[in-house]
Design a protein around this ligand. Structure first.
Ligand code: FE2
Length: 286
């Protein structure tokens, strides 16, 4: 089973969103859609998400699922806007409840915020399967970057989220709350146990000088050449190099805006009594 995949690059946060579908005129899932956000003005816009809608319309697709690989810390999710525009159920890994609990405390979210997985429409456990038209999809729980990361396998294509990156980039950071390098190593090994020809679709690319952004590699290419996760790198070596690298990384520019929106499945915080919505910034905490 070889699903069709269309990928869309959002250059501000270096994020790939994907549309995976069975055939023109058939059913589709949208993976990790981006809501544009300008931190200087506090304005959101749907320019990037509109490109997904244009493709959905051009291919006459009906959208069954809006799939999040995790609560992203670098961009806001456009899933609710897409749901209102083209339909589909918003899904994420069931461990999102832990992430909601941690960040619910950090942002001091109270009466208006549940930590039971709402308002996601569907929480997936490891091994769950679901359909996208003629395609069967499987959920793989791949924690490490966050406790709740999942990858989605659809036929020979896997949407890996923030686990491994292109071979010359390596792997995702593991220093967010609940992240753990040894856990990420084991999750990546699980993905790399799939057949060599399996197509791996990235959530991000941070290309080194000399090449443009690329969203697709294979298990075989990753096992032979991934900077952090090729076959000859064991868990201890991975953990050491991941820790060394994470110590040099600043927080993502949109981390605080992103997380408080994405733990709400991409919904903006509810309006205050003047009708205005606000984001919160915890001072001197992180
Ligand atoms: Fe991420």
């Amino acid at each position: 089973m070889k699903p069709l995949v269309a990928s869309f690059f959002e250059p501000v946060t270096m994020t790939f969103s994907h549309i995976v579908y069975d055939a023109p005129g058939g059913e589709a899932a949208i993976v990790d859609p981006v809501l544009d956000y300008d931190p200087r003005s506090g304005r959101t816009c749907t320019l990037s998400a509109q490109k997904l809608v244009d493709f959905i319309h051009a291919q006459r697709l009906s959208v069954t699922w809006l799939l999040e690989t995790h609560a992203h810390a670098d961009h806001l999710s456009a899933a609710p806007w897409l749901q209102a525009t083209v339909g589909g159920r918003i899904a994420i890994g069931a461990h999102i409840r832990e992430v909601q609990a941690v960040f619910g405390r950090l942002f001091n979210l109270r009466a208006d915020f549940a930590t039971d997985g709402r308002p996601f429409d569907q929480l997936f456990n490891d091994g769950d399967t679901f359909r996208i038209g003629a395609l069967e999809a499987e959920v793989l729980h791949v924690p490490g970057h966050t406790p709740a990361d999942v990858a989605y396998r659809v036929g020979d294509a896997v949407f890996v989220g923030d686990t491994l990156f292109m071979p010359d980039v390596g792997s995702a950071r593991c220093d967010f709350p609940g992240g753990d390098a040894a856990t990420l190593y084991r999750s990546a090994r699980r993905l790399l146990a799939l057949p060599d020809e399996t197509r791996l679709f990235m959530c991000h690319d941070y290309p080194p000088a000399g090449r443009g952004p690329v969203c697709e590699t294979t298990v075989g290419a990753s096992r032979s050449a991934n900077l952090h996760l090729r076959d000859d790198i064991d868990e201890a070596r991975f953990v050491a190099l991941r820790h060394a690298r994470d110590r040099t990384l600043p927080p993502p520019a949109l981390m605080l805006p992103s997380v408080q929106v994405n733990i709400r499945a991409g919904h903006l915080p509810p309006p205050e009594d003047n009708g205005q919505r606000y984001l919160k910034i915890p001072l001197n905490l992180l």
